[in-house]
Design a protein around this ligand. Structure first.
Ligand SMILES: [Zn+2]
Length: 149
């Protein structure tokens, strides 16, 4: 799994590398994870802060939530890519091992993926802790901005 081992070589800040590592290990402190560690949530509190349809876990917040999917749609359109939405973070990362990009384009794409995941996490936290409402385009512009370092 190239992506998995490339995290520490990605040209992103160490805090994003650590975040990705924890995300792969499914150890981001989202509600389901915290609940498994003894933090009490009511069934309603466990639900996704954006869609309210399912329990909040890493794959849902970062990939499969309709809100996140809309953001990924902007990112994929920006890159001219179409995909079959992955159902989990590990399948998402595995899919990029077979990516047709090469060289610097592949490295840039991985940076975009990393900053997209990181941005979704930051926005999720803004929503949970500060009740801030974002729309998908705002997040997309944040991703573009963060991908340019
Ligand atoms: Zn959701």
């Amino acid at each position: 799994m190239v992506w998995f081992h490339s995290i520490w070589k990605l040209a992103v800040p160490p805090k994003i590398q650590c975040f990705l590592w924890l995300a792969i290990l499914n150890s981001i402190p989202m509600k389901v994870f915290l609940s498994s560690r003894g933090v009490h949530f009511s069934p309603d509190q466990l639900r996704c802060v954006w869609c309210g349809q399912v329990e909040e876990c890493c794959s849902h917040i970062l990939l499969t939530c309709p809100f996140s999917s809309r953001v990924w749609g902007y990112v994929l359109k920006w890159w001219g890519i179409s995909w079959c939405s992955p159902c989990s973070l590990s399948s998402f990362m595995l899919a990029w091992d077979g990516c047709s990009f090469g060289g610097i384009i592949y490295k840039r794409w991985l940076i975009v993926c990393a900053t997209s995941l990181w941005s979704l996490w930051l926005v999720r936290n803004e929503t949970v802790f500060n009740s801030k409402v974002w729309d998908g385009l705002q997040i997309f512009f944040l991703i573009k901005l963060c991908s340019m370092f």
